[in-house]
Design a protein around this ligand. Structure first.
Ligand code: PLP
Length: 424
């Protein structure tokens, strides 16, 4: 039926038809159970069908499903906005815009940055992923298939190198490199062809998600921010994937000690219900009445779910939990790396962890087929895990996954890694 009826553009990792989910376990049509190591594409940070989320949704659904926040008001959306001003980085006044997805959160940031600054251009990083609508796709730079035959995209978007230290575009080594990649932006872009005073904003993922769970050095974004500040360019954090506690902080930008001017989040916000959130410094959101809105953005059921998610993260101390469990996963993967030639790099923060596979540690040739094989074998043995980038296994279970399940899932992934490594 799927082949006959559904657009073939969807990615689809393996033929898993999900029927139900509870906590960190999902069940397929045949009743097989899987430990969810990808949290439904990194959306289920508090686990599947958390009872508090379910009852918040039920309560709201009985009261009101929709009226439209574009022209009227909802209490749930106002409450959520208040909370967002508190949990996002920066002790300054903020304003919130609601859309329905990550891409819409990015679109809003693009438009408000241009509106406020009156500057036409944008910058983004090579390897970044910001969505698939025309505006957000223009910022995306992670895989050609995402852009092929969709040109022309938005003009005036310039991509600059990211601090991907495992695969440094300049073949240098941190910290001896002195973060040449940041100087490069000034010397080779701003001084050669990109007038910085025309750039409204630089969009960044603190940890690149779809690009392969790439974690830059901790002092990297401070250097980038200093450069952007010099030219009055806004910093927009795309925390669609890295936000909502995933990395052991509310937002991953905190690891890098920077406070973005605008922050976008989505995915895990409403535990699987569609909601995009764009948080900006108050003074930036000065666009006029009617200039931007969306019929469903800020839907009261989604906002009720999001308010519950935030409460759960606080009550269950999931930020500390993600950090602790993440350290455990990192340690196990690093130990495995010692005897598993195929593991080129292990990196991550909290429970956003990437294990990059290579055919050869010296040449670092991506082990794409092998990564897919590890993914499929793990799934067959009961762990729903997926890849990102070229050959990175991404480990991103719900933040409240019990330790025994985490261990069991890791055992299965380890087993698959060892078996595929032997065959390499
Ligand atoms: N930004 C990042 C970092 C993402 O990971 C994604 C989705 O994977 C998006 C934006 C786009 O979000 P959506 O698919 O909800 O439009």
């Amino acid at each position: 039926m799927d082949k006959e009826l559904i657009s073939p553009s969807y990615g689809r990792f393996y033929p898993l038809v999900v029927k139900s989910g509870k906590g960190s376990i999902i069940t397929d049509m045949d009743g097989n159970e899987y430990i969810d190591f990808n949290s439904g594409l990194v959306c289920m940070n508090v686990g599947h069908c958390h009872p508090k989320v379910v009852s918040a949704v039920q309560r709201q659904a009985e009261k009101l499903l929709h009226y439209s926040f574009t022209d009227f008001y909802y209490e749930e959306a106002e409450d959520l906005a208040q909370t967002f001003t508190e949990i996002t980085p920066g002790h300054f006044r903020k304003k919130i815009y609601y859309g329905n997805s990550g891409a819409e959160a990015i679109e809003a940031a693009m438009k408000v940055a241009r509106w406020h600054s009156k500057r036409p251009r944008y910058m983004a990083f090579i390897g970044g992923f910001h969505g698939r609508t025309f505006g957000s796709l223009s910022l995306t730079g992670s895989k050609p298939v995402q852009r092929r035959r969709f040109a022309p995209l938005l003009p005036e978007v310039t991509h600059v190198p990211f601090a991907n230290c495992y695969r440094c575009p300049f073949k240098m080594t941190y910290p001896e490199c002195g973060m040449y990649c940041v100087d490069f932006i000034e010397d080779m872009y701003f001084k050669k062809f990109l007038p910085p005073e025309e750039v409204a904003a630089l969009f960044y993922e603190p940890i690149q998600g779809e690009g392969g769970y790439v974690v830059p050095p901790e002092d990297y974004f401070l250097r980038v921010k200093k450069l952007m500040d010099k030219y009055g360019i806004l910093m927009v954090a795309d925390e669609v994937q890295s936000g909502m506690g995933r990395t052991g902080k509310w937002f991953a930008s905190e690891h890098f000690k920077i406070q973005p001017d605008i922050l976008c989040t989505s995915k895990a916000v409403a535990s699987g219900l569609p909601l995009g959130v764009t948080v900006a410094r108050s003074e930036l959101m000065d666009w006029e009445k009617g200039s931007h809105a969306s019929t469903f953005g800020g839907n009261p059921v989604c906002c009720a779910a999001a308010n519950a998610v935030i409460e759960i993260i606080k009550e269950e101390d999931l930020l500390a939990g993600a950090e602790k469990k993440g350290k455990y996963v990192m340690k196990r993967m690093e130990e495995l790396q010692e005897n598993c030639e195929m593991i080129g790099d292990v990196r991550g923060k909290g429970l956003m962890i990437g294990v990059e596979l290579v055919k050869n540690r010296k040449t670092k040739e991506a082990a794409k087929h092998e990564a897919e094989e590890v993914m499929i074998r793990s799934w067959r043995k009961g762990v729903a895990v997926i890849t990102s980038g070229n050959s990175t296994i991404r480990i991103a279970p719900p933040l409240n996954t019990p330790k025994e399940l985490l261990e069991k899932g890791l055992d299965i992934i380890e087993e698959s890694l060892k078996a595929v490594n032997k065959e390499l």
